[in-house]
Each structure stands twice: as C-alpha cells, then as structure tokens.
Design a protein around this ligand. Sequence first.
Ligand code: FMN
Length: 168
Amino acid sequence: MKQLIVYFSRVGENSLNGEKQIINKGFTEILAEKISAALNAPMYKIEPVEPYPFSYDECVKRSRKEDETGERVPYLNPLPNLDEYDVIYLGFPCWWRTYPRVVATFVKDYIFIGKTIYPFCTNEEGSLGLAEMELKGQAKGAIIKSGFACKGVEVEQIDAKLNDWLKR
Ligand SMILES: Cc1cc2nc3c(=O)[nH]c(=O)nc-3n(C[C@H](O)[C@H](O)[C@H](O)COP(=O)(O)O)c2cc1C
C-alpha cells in the first residue's frame, strides 16, 4: 500500500486568537511533516499559481471572493501521476469552514477510484467543519475516511492524538 501526503499551507500574517502574527512555517505544513515522518511517506505541496497574500486581511478578502464565485484557483505543480498511490492524506488549513479553493481544484482534477483519502486540517477551532462532507461530493471515486483536526497553535503538542488517529 503506497501512501502520499498532499497538502496546502500558508506562510505570512495570520490572526491567532484575534491577534495578528507572522508565521514563517504554516501549521498545516508542520502537521504534514509529522504525518510524513510517522508513515515514512512522501509529501507533495499544492502551490497556487498566484500565492495567497502575505497580509491576513488581503488573504481573507481574496479567499472570500473565491468562495463566493466558485472560481477555479489554479496551482503550479500538478502531480505527474497519482496512480501509484492507494492512500492520500490530504491536508489544509480550514478556510470558511472547509478547504481552500486551491485545494478544491486539486481534488476536482484527479480521479480517485480505488483510493482512500484521509483529510487533516488545522484551524482556529479544531474541527474539520464541512470538509469531509464536501470531499465526499468532490473527490470522484474516493473513499473518504474520518479525518484529523487540531488548532493551529496546538500543532506542536498534538503528537499523542495524531498517533492514535494514524494507528486507526
Ligand atoms: C482566509 C482564512 C479563513 C479562515 N477560516 C477559518 C474558519 O472558517 N474556521 C477556523 O476555525 N479557522 C479559520 N481560519 C484559521 C486557519 O484555519 C488557521 O489559522 C490554520 O491553522 C492556518 O493553517 P496554515 O498555517 O497551515 O495556513 C481561517 C484563516 C484564513 C487565513
């Protein structure tokens, strides 16, 4: 069984508990690295063609517009081949209660017949929100398993819970 970690994560200014802070490494990226290390599986990062703004407020503005218009948000580096993988760990920050639209583009671009997706996310409130439900509608042919979520600010203290989820 071959496993792959696919994720998107943003660096720049974020708002943590209502306070603006500059983040040099995204929380979801930290989580993706932990999963990759635990499973000894390769990682693939989704990079939007136009990077999301450094400014938190600008990022909010752009992502809200993308949500409203449902536009296709292109990414730079399509995977040459997903065929060799059976299991995909799909990671993202929760934006507007689901995955960012650039992640939605990835999900819509591939056929997942015979593949299993385990979603994981970081956010402010520690839940997957609508992501699992939306994935079931968008990831063609995939089996969507119950995901893992934690608060971004707690990502460094989450190993025990994460390992429990990975064991299951
Ligand atoms: C545009 C935007 C929308 C967000 N929407 C939500 C949300 O709906 N619910 C939530 O709990 N957190 C929300 N957040 C907070 C992020 O999910 C959280 O900071 C996350 O850990 C960031 O991950 P990253 O560092 O990997 O990008 C939002 C953040 C941004 C920038």
